[in-house]
Write a protein that binds this ligand. Structure first.
Ligand code: PEP
Ligand code: MN
Length: 272
């Protein structure tokens, strides 16, 4: 099936270029988000990520800064010029987050939240829809259909690992499933090896595999001080690790004749 490119701010996901979405698991402070944001921008990310309302397994763990982080997001988005994607965890957060973001992410735990998907279908903001960690591929595409049925066809899919019997990794990256989704839907498909593997040493190899498999990009978590991170520090790439990733991606993509996506599509000039 022909892939329909999705514009996220000035970036385009699903065209010829390969898109790197990067940033911390959660926005923790102005300084943390600025440091990571500037680094990933300088090294080749086209879209910035960073959670504000987190969906944590443990209710006693860091839940995200909440509304305090909106100003940090605005500032880093402006300073870096990168479009920003953030997870929306509940219907009432759609209106809170949309003015500050270029795309809203539906997390793995919310892929089956059909009323949230319907609400996003009523908006015209791009939606990055993660696969539920226990969702079949067809259920994932039907979840996308919930958004599209409302008239919002700006949808990007993201495979983030599924639960299997294998305990060595946080999840199992279903790379074949990601390629299948791209072949059976009109939506661009990313993979998120940070959540899929939970191991930074596996993130780069899986990103290279995604590029070689013809997928549209990757989402990776990056932190400047993993040991101090308030969420998912164990799986984040360091700043240097992120630089190594984009160097390796550039050489694979070069061989394939594909560029890395830039945050501003050529010929695109932001209004105002
Ligand atoms: C995330 O990307 O911040 C996240 C929570 O991922 P997932 O929904 O895939 O667990
Ligand atoms: Mn995370």
């Amino acid at each position: 099936m022909v892939t329909r490119p999705v514009r996220v701010g000035g970036a385009v996901i699903g065209g010829d270029a390969f898109t790197v979405v990067a940033g911390p698991c959660a926005i923790e402070s102005r300084g943390q988000f600025m440091t990571v944001g500037r680094h990933v921008r300088d090294e080749g990310a086209a879209v910035l990520r960073g959670g504000i309302f987190k969906m944590r397994t443990d209710p006693h763990s860091f839940q995200g800064l909440g509304p305090e982080a909106l100003a940090y997001a605005d500032e880093v988005r402006r300073a870096t010029g990168l479009p920003f994607v953030v997870e929306v965890a509940a219907i009432e957060q759609v209106d809170v987050l949309a003015p500050h973001a270029d795309a809203l992410q539906v997390g793995s735990r919310n892929m089956h939240n059909y009323y949230l998907l319907k609400e996003l279908g009523r908006t015209r903001i791009p939606v990055l829809l993660k696969r539920g960690f226990a969702a079949e591929l067809r259920e994932w595409l039907l979840a996308a259909e919930y958004v599209a049925a409302g008239g919002n066809e700006s949808i990007v899919l993201c495979e983030r690992g599924i639960r299997t019997f294998e305990p060595e990794m946080r999840n199992t990256l279903d790379l074949a499933g990601a390629v299948w989704a791209r072949q059976h839907s009109p939506f661009p498909v990313l993979v998120d090896p940070s959540h899929a593997t939970g191991r930074p040493e596996l993130v780069t190899p899986m990103c290279l595999a995604a590029a070689a498999a013809g997928l549209d990009g990757v989402m990776v978590e990056v932190h400047h001080d993993n040991a101090a991170a308030l969420s998912d520090g164990f799986q984040a790439l360091t700043l240097e690790g992120f630089s190594r990733l984009t160097r390796a991606l550039r050489s694979i993509l070069g061989a394939l004749g594909r560029p890395l996506s830039s945050p501003v599509e050529e010929g695109f000039s932001p209004a105002g």
